[in-house]
Design a protein around this ligand. Structure first.
Ligand SMILES: C[S@@+](CC[C@H](N)C(=O)[O-])C[C@H]1O[C@@H](n2cnc3c(N)ncnc32)[C@H](O)[C@@H]1O
Length: 273
């Protein structure tokens, strides 16, 4: 199946903010509620931070910052600084997190675009959950190159793959999308969710479109490995893991002092993240 970079509704700035917020809430309902994707990301990130002795975790393309939210309530992350950021920062969500966990959550309120270089992204674990497929194919090599020149450890998690199975599962998301006003009932925005999901129900099909499009935008594990090979050794300790409906890619920047144990394998097929 060919990779295709079609538009996604959640990338468009003409989408009304209420509808956009619903799209992100459905994503949260799917990845934190229906599946434990965000929990698994948080666990994997904690593991990396503790093994490598890094005490700052930056969630790039954070959206509603689901990984930061999981880490903020986790005692194992008590000594870590958690930094959510995004090209379109969700200030309201960041402020809620700061009001509860201000000692450890330190958001970046200005726009952070991964395709530009940012000194503040050094010496950290950089988490990119469900966001790398929003970077156009032609920009990805330069982004990987820039990140690989840092002293950080990068970890990309994708909750979907470029496969028919992933596309089928993405289309089933119409159900949690239609149920959003019920599953999120009682949280601020009840009327907004009822409007966009039931009275003028364009958000559920938009979410399904975005999900299937996200699958087409994914690189396969082999394509990721080929891209790392082109970096000519700049990226250290590269690991590419492919699950049945997810991908996990991890590597360290060339200025990083840390090394993976010898036993780690560069490409692995696993059903878990
Ligand atoms: C599908 S959402 C995922 C949000 C969140 N990581 C999650 O899992 O719920 C993709 C996010 O990537 C952000 N994004 C897209 N392009 C970006 C870029 N060039 N730099 C930083 N963030 C970007 C979008 O604003 C959006 O919040």
């Amino acid at each position: 199946m060919r990779a295709l970079y079609l538009f996604e509704f959640c990338d468009q700035d003409w989408i009304p903010s209420g509808a956009r917020e619903c799209l992100f809430e459905i994503m949260d309902a799917c990845n934190s509620g229906l599946r434990s994707f965000n929990r698994q990301v948080a666990d994997a990130v904690l593991d990396i931070a503790s093994t490598e002795g890094i005490n700052r975790i930056v969630e790039l393309g954070a959206g509603r910052a689901p990984v930061t939210a999981q880490l903020a309530v986790d005692e194992r992350a008590a000594d870590l600084t958690l930094v959510p950021c995004d090209i379109t920062p969700n200030e309201a969500v960041y402020r809620q997190l700061v009001s509860r966990f201000g000692d450890r959550v330190k958001p970046i309120y200005s726009s952070v675009d991964i395709t530009q270089s940012h000194a503040e992204l050094d010496s950290s674990v950089l988490v990119m959950a469900g966001m790398m497929h929003h970077v156009p194919f032609e920009l990805r090599p330069a982004v990987m190159d820039a990140l690989s020149r840092s002293s950080s450890t990068m970890v990309i998690f994708e909750p979907l793959k470029r496969s028919l199975l992933s596309m089928f599962l993405a289309s089933l998301a119409i159900v949690p999308a239609l149920l959003l006003p019920i599953t999120f009932f009682g949280r601020p925005g009840d009327l907004r969710r009822i409007f966009w999901c039931w009275l003028f129900p364009i958000v559920p099909p938009m979410f399904v479109w975005d999900g299937v499009t996200s699958c087409f935008r994914q690189w396969t594990a082999i394509e990721w490995q080929n891209q790392f090979d082109r970096l000519d050794g700049l990226a250290k300790d590269v690991e590419v893991r492919s699950g049945f409906n997810s991908l996990r890619i991890r590597w360290s920047g060339s200025k990083s002092q840390r090394r993976l144990p010898e036993s780690s394998r560069p490409i692995e097929d696993t059903s878990a993240l």
